[in-house]
Design a protein around this ligand. Sequence first.
Ligand SMILES: [Mg+2]
Length: 185
Amino acid sequence: MIEFDLDDVITDCQEIVRLGILERTGYDITYDRQTYYVQIEGLTNKDIGNMVFEILLKDTKKMKAIPGAIESLEHIAKLIRRPIGIVTSRREKLREVTADWMAYNIKDRFKYHLVFTNGDSKTPHLAKDTRFFVDDNAENIKDLSKQLDNIFVINRGWNENMLLPKNAIRVNDLKPVARFISKMM
Ligand SMILES: [Mg+2]
């Protein structure tokens, strides 16, 4: 039915990544960066990928939830009467810290299951009847839009100038997604 990305859809990931990079390199990527993949002079994409991985490993526990996200997911879980599917590009090695974050922040407000793609395409990891997805990353949005009815795009600096596929719907948060599902049921 519907599934969700995790970082910057449910977790406020960009804050922790910004602070982590600032602490390690002195470079401020700010809150309105225009590219999803961080670029820092003198560092390769691999260096930066590993640094972001280390930040997520150490500081996932400090992440806040996006305001209202947990409430909207709780509402959606009631509407669809099944666990919320979360498909993240995070590496498998982040499973434990991620599961701890979910348990601490969601408690028993709704049931969910977590899938890790290790940076691969999300499409082979979706439930068979998934028709909708919520994401913020341009590559995922393009990829998922080919196979799904609609993809909800959470507005972020790194996707604001992106030419969206026809079946994409821009939203600021999960509230309009909950309303959409509510109308469908
Ligand atoms: Mg994301």
